[in-house]
Design a protein around this ligand. Structure first.
Ligand SMILES: *Cc1c(COP(=O)(O)O)cnc(C)c1O
Length: 510
């Protein structure tokens, strides 16, 4: 292999480079760091040209820059097969109005969460990479609810790849649970963990660092990740930020070069980081607003400069954001520190040893130029779901409602500046899940609790009633769940994840 495309190295060490295919196959670096490219801030996209392109053409343009070791032919094949016939709307990720603001609807894919956009693509990119590498891949993924199902749907029956998903027992919505527990396919395993999402994520990291990793490697089976730490997930997520900008240009809300704000419901910091990457490459964004639920570790970090995960984990009605260790923040720290690998390594070491770290004041200032933040409680969220419906006619899920609340708080601040160069800066909320995935919380926030002969109604009854009363269609992937068989019933302790992965891998590749 030549030097071509050897762009990627660890956030914690610049010595070992690899190309994007290897980075996608590996998922995580061996030293525990995340793959980054020092070239990224030097790439400048031609925004005017992008505004004339289709979604798929924008994807091709971005991929050619960041995945340069894939041939154009390979990329075109991945892009067309990833999305064809999978999304229920045209455009795939429409920008619509919510009052005077905008929603970027990312939930019209097969599993009704934004993670579909990237997880339809990742298996395609991985399979191409496998052509040059005879390994078998075992995907090991922790999920707070949505990644798991989207990854299972994306990787189901993919040749040469198997997948194992771990979710926190009783800490996902009933619909999310059914989506995963009924997953079909010959290459999948699904398991509940007695703990929270961070336990699952930590468990996955430990599997990678354990003897299971080497034991499987000797058999030609390599572990990899479908979490947003994989660049094969991050890069496809950049595309919808650019496409959203394009849609506002086409609607004549903005002219090319004008700035927009994005408000993003955030957990593992993957979605918002993809937007920041697009900004580094030239997309005109004024602010990214990091919207958190009561697990507000990022609000505190962006306010004080101290990241402190030593706090109680809270179970909320926006479970996909119930996270205290936001893995992708490490990549922001890398770029914001002027690509200082030693510094990032020292911060991550502190986090591991002491459960916290503090960054330089200047660095916090630098980050605050591009990032604002806030958080919402469950009560706030429920009020905003009702308010959105009553004031604007829009049905939003609890994750989107977190962002809606945080945006509204920011607009009410004294120092809030609605204009830039005398023009209003449009604000785009990333709408990350279908309200039907959380039908019970959405319905009861607006209309009150639904009873079923005295007992509380189940998720499906809520779905149907919500559709009945609002006239909005239930996504087809959720509708069919009711009649599916539960296929996965395993529950383990997080300490047993190593052996579970080993057994699953040997079984699935038998
Ligand atoms: C995963 C998820 C998020 C958080 O995205 P991150 O990339 O983890 O920050 C927000 N909303 C929904 C519905 C999700 O599934």
């Amino acid at each position: 292999m030549g030097f071509e495309g050897m762009l990627y190295h660890s956030t914690r060490n610049k010595e070992n480079f690899c190309n994007s295919k290897k980075a996608i196959l590996n998922g995580l670096c061996e030293d525990g760091g995340l793959y980054v490219s020092d070239r990224l801030p030097d790439i400048k996209l031609d925004i005017k040209a992008l505004c004339d392109m289709s979604y798929n053409e924008i994807a091709l343009t971005v991929f050619k820059e960041l995945l340069p070791d894939y041939s154009e032919e390979e990329l075109r094949a991945c892009i067309s097969s990833a999305y064809e016939g999978k999304f229920e709307t045209i455009p795939m990720t429409p920008v619509t109005n919510i009052g005077g603001d905008y929603l970027l609807e990312l939930y019209h894919g097969p599993t009704a969460a934004f993670k579909d956009v990237a997880l339809c693509m990742l298996p395609k990119l991985m399979q191409v990479a496998l052509k040059e590498d005879n390994r078998k891949v075992m995907i090991v993924t922790a999920t707070s609810g949505d990644t798991g199902k989207a990854a299972l749907a994306g990787f189901r029956d993919a040749e040469g790849i198997s997948i194992s998903v771990f979710y926190p027992d009783h800490k996902v919505s009933d619909i999310q649970y059914l989506q995963m527990a009924t997953q079909e396919g010959n290459n999948v395993s699904v398991c509940a963990v007695n703990g929270n999402f961070d336990d699952c994520q930590q468990g996955v990291k430990e599997v990678f660092a354990s003897s299971v990793y080497t034991e499987l490697k000797e058999k030609g089976i390599y572990l990899s990740s479908a979490n947003s730490i994989n660049i094969g997930r991050l890069v496809p997520q950049m595309v919808y930020y650019i496409d959203a900008y394009k849609q506002l240009v086409l609607k004549k809300v903005i002219e090319i070069g004008d700035s927009v704000d994005f408000c993003v419901p955030t957990g593992n910091f993957g979605d918002i980081l993809a937007g920041y990457y697009a900004k580094l490459m030239g997309l005109p964004v004024r602010k990214f607003i990091v919207a958190s639920n009561e697990n507000n570790v990022l609000t505190d970090f962006l306010t004080s400069g101290t990241y402190d995960r030593k706090r109680d984990f809270k179970k909320t009605i926006s479970p996909s954001m119930d996270i205290l260790v936001s893995s992708n923040l490490e990549r922001l720290l890398y770029y914001a520190s002027g690509m200082d690998d030693k510094y990032v390594a020292s911060l991550m070491n502190r986090l591991k040893e002491d459960g916290e770290f503090t960054i330089y004041e200047d660095m916090l200032k630098e980050i605050r130029k591009s990032f604002d933040c806030g958080y919402a409680t469950d009560e706030d969220c429920k009020k905003m779901i009702k308010k959105a419906y009553e004031d604007t006619g829009r049905l939003i899920d609890p994750h989107t409602a977190v962002a809606y609340k945080v945006l509204s708080d920011i607009k009410n601040r004294n120092d809030y500046e609605p204009l830039e160069n005398n023009k209003k800066v449009p604000q785009i909320i990333l709408s990350t899940a279908s309200p039907y995935k959380f039908a019970k919380d959405v319905y009861s926030s607006i209309f009150g609790v639904l009873s079923n002969n005295g007992a509380e109604a189940d998720g499906f009854a809520y779905m149907e009633e919500l559709s009945e009363r609002t006239g909005e269609i239930i996504p087809s992937g959720l509708k069919g769940l009711k009649n599916k068989t539960i296929l996965h019933k395993d529950i383990i302790e997080s300490g047993d994840m190593n052996s579970y992965v080993l057994e699953s891998a040997l079984e699935l590749f038998k």
